[in-house]
Design a protein around this ligand. Structure first.
Ligand SMILES: Cc1cc2nc3c(=O)[nH]c(=O)nc-3n(C[C@H](O)[C@H](O)[C@H](O)COP(=O)(O)O)c2cc1C
Length: 338
């Protein structure tokens, strides 16, 4: 059955909102661009360290770079002190993203143990201060991404959702796990309906939305205002068009074709090379390649060639030879693969 959940997020009217999650070393310009083109309604940058931005660190500043064709885009920042987060939000806002997101969910010890990310779940006063300060400091919509709580014995998301309602932020994303789970175990979506009861803010569900059917189930069973997809999009940015199509029509969409898999791999590689140079592009594409091409019968020889390619040219030549091999058209049977 078709499904239509309308939500207003950061000044945008969205239907069945499907957002690309912030992911360190993954949600960069090339990947955001691909996901947006394939249906993601909004794409977030990876988290950017507030202190790094204030120090003018080149690494942090590079993460703020945006291009026109990936909009709407949100910049995510993290830090434990309101002062630093306010300053960082102003620096990020100067890059004119469509929104700013506050990370209140990162589990990594070097972040969370220092009061940032999920560390804010152990100090709700600080979380409220950060959210209020950032929302007041910038002239842009502000969203916040958090978890259910620090651990299973200290789930505080209902309190968080209630208190954040009056801070000036515009939406709440809930990664439906506790901090001690990291990314392990099943996400517990059952909290979303309860959160919706205690806050007027749009609630974006995150965690285990790894296929179109899961997104449909998330919308239908929890009352969420949108879904955010992280790991399900790595190597499969087509998930966004599959989610949008399934919700709009009630029907599944066929998986991407061989042509599309090779085109997206090339686009990712070439855009990264343009923006960050050849070495970075080769290193980066290795993280995605196996997943983009995983459904294709590559064979040992092509696998070896792709693994050993050291230049963009060598890699694209191999990809084009692969395309030719897989798409040889049999006059009776048609292409050898879809
Ligand atoms: C490689 C990777 C990097 C991540 N980096 C960030 C990040 O920078 N900021 C953030 O809020 N969450 C980050 N996350 C968490 C995801 O945004 C998301 O909350 C989590 O993976 C659960 O969603 P999923 O089940 O769809 O993967 C990261 C996750 C992964 C796998």
């Amino acid at each position: 059955m078709p499904f239509a959940r309308h939500t207003r997020l950061a000044g945008l009217d969205l239907e069945n909102a499907a957002l690309l999650a912030p992911m360190e070393d993954v949600s960069d310009i090339p990947f955001r661009r691909i996901c947006r083109r394939l249906g993601a309604d909004v794409a977030y940058t990876e988290f950017v360290n507030a202190d790094g931005l204030i120090r003018d660190s080149a690494k942090a500043l590079r993460k703020l770079e945006l291009t026109g064709d990936e909009r709407p885009v949100g910049i995510q920042i993290y830090g434990g002190s309101t002062e630093a987060m306010v300053e960082a939000a102003k620096i990020a806002a100067a890059r004119e993203p469509d929104l700013i997101d506050i990370n209140a969910g990162c589990w990594v010890p070097k972040v969370a143990q220092h009061g940032a990310g999920a560390g804010l779940l152990r100090n709700l006063g600080a979380m409220i201060d950060v959210a209020t300060g950032v929302a007041q400091a910038v002239d842009l919509p502000v969203t916040l991404k958090t978890r259910l709580g620090w651990d299973a014995d200290s789930i505080c998301i209902l309190d968080v959702a209630r208190r954040l309602a009056d801070c000036g932020i515009q939406a709440l994303t809930i990664h439906c796990r506790v901090r001690t789970q990291g990314h392990q175990g099943e996400a517990d979506w059952s909290w979303v309906a309860r959160i919706k009861e205690v806050t007027p803010l749009p609630v974006i569900l995150n965690g285990d939305v790894n296929c179109a059917e899961a997104a449909e189930r998330a919308f239908e069973t929890t009352g969420c205002d949108g879904v955010m997809i992280a790991r399900g999009a790595i190597g499969n940015p087509w998930i966004f068009r599959e989610v949008k199509h399934r919700l709009a029509t009630g029907e599944p969409l066929p998986p991407p074709t061989t042509e599309e898999r090779i085109d997206v791999t090339r686009e990712h590689l070439e855009t990264t090379a343009e923006l960050r140079g050849e070495r970075a592009a080769i290193a980066d594409i290795r993280r995605h390649l196996g997943l983009y091409l995983k459904e294709l019968p590559l064979g040992k020889a092509f696998r070896g060639e792709l693994a050993h390619a050291r230049t963009v040219e060598a890699m694209t030549t191999t990809l084009e030879r692969l395309r030719d091999k897989l798409l040889i058209v049999d006059p009776v049977e048609g292409p050898t693969t879809t």
